[in-house]
Design a protein around this ligand. Structure first.
Ligand code: PRP
Length: 209
């Protein structure tokens, strides 16, 4: 049985459809219920839905042989996994954003609200800019409006959230997309099967370009 961790949500559904097209279907997954684990014994595959940021944890620890995670999560947590393929889905960018009238005051550390502390520290470290991080778990866009932070470092996809909250992009600095990842020992022991899936997904992502 191959265990596959999928990111719960819109991206996860697209990713599952790709696996289905690749020949690894599991029809019960489309039943509208709250189950989180689904398997197709005939195809020797078991899928489970997990919080997107938890996918690398399941894969790193071997509860999942493979999984799909955003490059943002992989850069932030640096899990010990193999990154096998860019699925070219869930495309977005990591960006700095702030209020429309934001001007950086170099005389004091910049206050940065983010879920992505490591990425933010690396970005400002490269510019030798001192920062204070405010770690938030969501709705990051509110922070500059309420003067909790000067800027945010967050994901921008369509830009709608920024626009509707009167914020502007200051710098889009990192393209993000979904990646197929594998547990290191699973990759050694189930290499043939994992490579076969990777190759089928690769062919499909190529066609979709
Ligand atoms: C992400 C991100 C932004 C939004 C950007 O939030 O944090 O808030 O999407 O998308 P847009 O540019 O298309 O508006 P997510 O939905 O992942 O929820 P979060 O509040 O937990 O970050």
């Amino acid at each position: 049985m191959l265990n596959v961790a999928l990111p719960k949500g819109r991206l996860g559904e697209k990713v599952y459809n790709l696996f289905e097209q690749a020949g690894y279907e599991c029809p019960s997954i489309k039943e509208n219920n709250r189950k989180l684990i689904f398997e197709n014994p005939e195809k020797q595959i078991r899928y489970f839905w997990v919080k997107p940021s938890d996918v690398p944890i399941y894969v790193e620890r071997g509860s999942a042989d493979i999984g799909v995670a955003g490059k943002d999560i992989l850069l932030e947590y640096s899990p010990e996994v193999y990154e096998l393929l860019d699925l070219k889905m869930g495309k977005c960018s990591m960006a700095v954003a702030g209020k429309k009238d934001f001007i950086d005051d170099n005389r004091r550390p910049l206050i940065v609200a983010t879920k992505f502390q490591k990425i933010a520290k690396q970005y400002y470290g490269m510019q030798d800019r001192q920062i204070d991080i405010v770690h938030l778990n969501g709705s990051i866009e509110i922070a500059p409006i309420l003067n909790l932070a000067d800027v945010i470092v967050d994901i921008v996809e369509t830009g709608t959230t920024l626009k509707e909250n009167d914020l502007k992009v200051i710098d889009k600095f990192l393209p993000i997309s979904a990646r197929l990842i594998a547990n290191k020992s699973s990759y050694a022991f189930k290499r043939e099967l994992i490579e076969k899936i990777k190759e089928s997904l690769y062919q499909l992502t190529k066609e979709q370009l």
